[in-house]
Ligand binder design. Sequence first.
Ligand code: NAD
Length: 435
Amino acid sequence: MSSQPTSLSSPFYKEPGPKLDAESPFESMMERFRFASDLLGLDEGMFKYLSSPVKQVIVSIPVIMDDGRIEVFEGYRVIHDDVLGPAKGGIRYAPDVNIDEVKALAAWMTWKCAVVNVPFGGGKGGVRCDPRKLSMGELERLTRRYTAALLDVFGPDQDIPAPDMNTNEQVMAWIMDTYSMHARKTVTAVVTGKPILLGGSKGRKEATGRGVVTTVLAAMGKMGLTANRSTTVVQGFGNVGSVSAVLMHELGSKVIGISDVSGAYFNEDGIDIPAALAYSRSHGNTLEGFTGGTPISNQELLELECDVLIPAAKEDQINKYNAPNIKARIIAEGANGPVTANADKILDDKGILIIPDILANAGGVTVSYFEWVQDRQGYFWTEERVNRRLNRMMRDAFNLIYGVKEEYGITLRQAAYVYAIKKVADTLKMRGIYA
Ligand code: NAD
């Protein structure tokens, strides 16, 4: 197996994440965190506590490469907070991942888990490597050694990883197996996002898109809109985007624009989404050459007049430059950080309702929670039960955050941060600081 082409090579490979500049998702998150802390009147000590991760680990990962050389990689795992429960968060493999990025992403997970009321804290991990250049065997050895180095950190009651950029079901299976070998028993609940055969959950793959659509429906209800008289535009046609587009289409919304990295497509009569999905699947997961809509640019797509815009591709897509031209009534952030903090202000002035990422795309972590519950019970749910419970949790979370928005007279995003930070801070105050 060692010299096989890697399953993490293109097209699976994703370009490395955001940089720490003024318009970056991380800076945007910190700005939102500061705003919510001020509004809640958090004292300086609590602010400091919530800004500092409880654990940061950097490990060296020696790997014997296929040609016999020893290569050493750097791996990270950060637990931002675990007062609400074990830490939860993905592991990314990318050439430029670093401890600062992982720290920021771990904090993001703390707020996301708190918003949807799953009993988890926030964590994140990464290995600095270029997965395109690694064989399947090298990836497996890297993953197993990374896991072995973090055996004391991971655990179903401590810290539960999941897939993120350039890691997948297979990587989760290797982590689970390595951990289990050391525990001398099979411990499925140590990771989520596993193959169903190894204790994964039904409905996990579609969970994020399904959750996005649940929050869109809840928002439409508040705005007097109905799905079957609405228009939708979706940016990105991968896991989150395609599921969101399919579900909006099934609900009767006219999906007038879709896009992926190859370009964007517009059809004012509504795109035949099942046909687009079939096209993409049969052309190596690309919409390139799709004839069910007029080709337009990705910028034009974002600026289409529509009721619902779902950016589900990548960060920083709606920023201070194009925000003045956005004409949607609702923006549901399928991606993490697609709207910058500068754009927020412009969109808010235009009366656009933004369903923030830490709420809109939390369906994935919610079904990861269900996976963990099922693994621990040894009792597996039907897909129908998973979806029903997911819809309920997402709807409840939306209503809860909407209530906070109304109570404080703030945006939905600010409300999500206020709710999450208050929940973690209150829990911490009640538990007290062990001395
Ligand atoms: P994916 O790789 O399956 O799909 C990404 C899609 O975006 C692809 O269709 C790609 O062609 C498209 N894309 C990339 N660059 C683009 C560009 N410049 N313009 C237009 N389209 C572009 O990824 P995914 O799992 O669907 O994740 C998408 C986003 O959602 C990411 O921000 C991810 O962090 C976030 N997210 C995903 C999950 C999940 O469960 N998959 C959960 C929470 C958040």
